[in-house]
Design a protein around this ligand. Structure first.
Ligand code: URA
Ligand code: SF4
Length: 211
């Protein structure tokens, strides 16, 4: 089967009825941004505003994310923004394991089409989608590699809005993204290096911390 393009994935999400979240959503939120983005941000799932508009990170957390993007000279359109689950869990509850599994192929496809240099996970949920069992408090602000993909981990922007003390931590971590991206670019340009330093499937922070 031909590799689907980004628009085909978005259309499949919009029509998707694979899990019960399709019954309670207002609109599915496939994700949006540049198909050639170097950085892909991955959140948890749509909240109230996202569900209303069908777009990711358009509520207060999104406003904060946009502000932080601005501090490193980027706009939403320069990156790609998506979520682990594409439909809002009622009352913003955590997505259930079967909902996450039903939705998994969409994010997988988005990543393989965009092939971002760097995936920035937003919050615990997105972190553990890629690194099951990891703890955000231990790995936030670090650059890591899993197989051939580089990751940078942030607290969720909504957490900063609820716990003021986290705000500075997220802002500090965010400010390291340009250097992390530069480091990835340098590593990718070293012949062989791109294949060499793969970390184990379930790396500890110590094992794989690169930055
Ligand atoms: N929180 C998320 O995790 N994703 C969104 O799209 C909005 C808020
Ligand atoms: Fe489909 Fe994902 Fe929405 Fe469930 S959450 S209906 S799997 S798009």
């Amino acid at each position: 089967m031909a590799v689907p393009d980004l628009e085909a994935v978005c259309n499949a999400v919009i029509a998707c009825r694979k899990c019960d979240l399709s019954a309670t959503r207002t609109r599915a939120v496939p994700g949006e941004g540049s198909p050639s983005a170097e950085i892909m941000f991955v959140g948890e799932g749509p909240g109230f505003h996202e569900d209303q508009q069908g777009r990711p990170f358009v509520g207060p957390a999104g406003k904060f994310l946009e502000e932080m993007l601005g501090t490193i000279g980027l706009q939403r359109a320069d990156v790609y923004i998506a979520n682990v689950v594409k439909c809002r869990p009622p009352g913003n509850r955590d997505p259930l394991p079967d909902e996450v599994e039903s939705c998994r192929p969409y994010l997988d496809e988005q990543i393989s089409i965009i092939r971002p240099r760097l995936i920035v996970t937003l919050g615990r949920f997105s972190l553990t989608w890629f690194f099951p069992g990891d703890t955000i408090g231990k790995v936030h602000g670090t650059l890591r590699r899993l197989e051939r993909q580089y990751f940078f981990h942030l607290y969720h922007p909504a957490a900063a809005l609820h716990a003021g003390s986290l705000r500075k931590t997220i802002e500090d971590d965010f400010s390291k993204i340009p250097a992390a991206l530069e480091k990835v670019t340098t590593l990718e340009s070293v012949p062989g290096e791109g294949q060499l330093v793969a970390v184990a499937a379930a790396p500890s922070a110590e094992q794989s911390r690169m930055f």
